[in-house]
Write a protein that binds this ligand. Structure first.
Ligand code: FAS
Ligand code: PHB
Length: 390
């Protein structure tokens, strides 16, 4: 079999790239190791930057997001018992974010791909990229006991942090940068109205908390937890007690509680692989970088990579120029590192770091005080949160 582009991974990066390529008449196939149901069962991001929203519409997968998504013009930062609104719209000259779950976005992209009749091979085992340092790369995979080979022009490694693509690059050719955090996020989904119309990011001496949502009837809440915590350590009753202890009194009092139907713990990490291109293999999304979810950047960064990679591939196939794909890695990394910095800053400013002691706590308090009382500081937060330009 032959295709122009083989995409490894059917997450947001792979699906969005595949849809843009298909719409541009560039044939592609996605190889996904899990089942479609498993991909859709994952609960992850919730906030889309304007650039991501525009790309979904460009891909022809934005209708339901426009109908069901929640445009947000600001969010609250809470600390010391009070909450302060960050006016994204006012501080960025009219930009906002869209609250719309990654699960829904993934579903919409899968539906668009199926409508276009473009192939995704689910439950593809032992996917492996080959000869990407030459000009005749190919990918092999096993399905129902049969090994298949797809010859192609390019391979897009959109297979996430634990994928095979990055791990297929020789160690001497890649540099890894990483910072781990001494805590995780415990998240729940619950069908009760959100406690606030907008998100609330809360710094508290007991730990970080985040009040988010998926709709006006479905809340998404998080608390900072210990790295070795397990979901069974957190029955709903403990979760509700803890998040209300961390929120300002007026917020805690009006919080609706209920029985969670999803509960998971995610570790936090900052990670970047450089470069993001190896001959005919390109890394995009979590395969190349990870950010702590505090800044709501992970999914949006994946879409930013796809912006550059799709533009470069389209230029290669139509303009017969390799300038775009040659510039991909440097361009993507420049935006990735700015988002890494922002996500690291949001995480260090909002979470409890016992090891930084009393001095570290006072620095956090000064950072938060400056943030909400300085227009310049709030503008810096706002322009990063709505998304830096592509
Ligand atoms: P993904 O990981 O989404 O997709 C990769 C795909 O490749 C998967 O479907 C996987 O099954 C497949 N794959 C892996 N190995 C393969 C192989 N060998 N062969 C074939 N297929 C393979 N971001 C936010 O902005 N906010 C959040 O709150 C947030 N929460 C998160 C919670 C968790 C637990 C995780 C892991 C991530 C979270 N993120 C969050 C980040 C997340 O949204 C990612 O940035 C986003 O999924 C990136 O999309 P992809 O790059 O497509 O990678
Ligand atoms: C979410 O709704 O899942 C969410 C929102 C904002 C974040 C992280 C997660 O920063």
């Amino acid at each position: 079999m032959r295709s122009q582009v083989v995409i490894i991974g059917s997450g947001p990066a792979g699906l969005l790239l595949g849809q843009l390529l298909t719409n541009a008449g560039i044939d592609n196939v996605i190889l996904e190791r899990s089942s479609k149901e498993h991909v859709l069962s994952r609960v992850r991001a919730g906030v889309l930057e304007e650039g991501t929203v525009a790309m979904l519409e460009e891909a022809g997968a934005g209708r339901r997001m426009r109908r069901e998504g929640l445009p947000h013009d600001g969010f609250d930062v809470a600390f010391d018992g009070k909450h302060h609104r960050i006016d994204l719209f006012g501080l960025t000259g009219g930009k906002r974010v869209m609250v719309y779950g990654q699960t829904e976005l993934t579903h919409d992209l899968m539906d668009a791909r199926e409508a276009a009749g473009t192939e995704t091979v689910y439950e593809a085992a032992d996917v492996a990229p080959h000869d990407f340092d030459g000009d005749q790369p190919y990918v092999t995979y096993r399905k129902e006991g049969v090994t298949h080979r797809i010859d192609c022009d390019f391979i897009a490694g959109c297979d996430g942090y634990h994928g095979i693509s990055r791990r297929s690059v020789p160690e001497r050719a890649i540099s890894l940068f990483e910072r781990t955090y001494p805590f995780g996020w415990l998240g729940i989904l619950v069908d009760v109205p959100p406690v606030s119309d907008e998100l609330i990011y809360c710094n508290h001496r007991r730990g970080f908390a985040l009040c988010s949502m998926r709709s006006t009837t479905r809340s998404r809440y998080y608390v900072q937890c210990l790295l070795d915590d397990r979901t069974e350590d957190w029955p709903d009753e403990r979760f509700w007690d803890e998040i209300r202890r961390r929120l300002p009194e007026d917020v805690a009092q009006r919080m609706k509680t209920g029985k969670s139907f999803e509960k998971s713990i995610a570790p936090l990490r900052s990670f970047v692989a450089e470069p993001m291109r190896f001959g005919r293999l390109f890394l995009a999304g979590d395969a190349a970088h990870i950010v702590p979810p505090t800044g709501a950047k992970g999914l949006n960064l994946a879409c930013g990579d796809v912006r550059y990679l799709f533009d470069g591939l389209q230029e290669y196939y139509t303009g017969k120029s390799a300038a775009g794909i040659d510039a991909y890695s440097a361009k993507a990394l420049s935006r990735v590192w700015k988002a890494e910095r922002f996500s690291w800053w949001m995480t260090t400013t909002l979470h409890l770091f016992p090891e930084t002691g009393a001095f570290g706590r006072r620095i956090q308090e000064a950072e938060l005080d400056y943030l909400v009382h300085s227009r310049a500081a709030s503008m810096a937060l706002a322009e990063n949160y709505v998304g830096l330009p592509f």
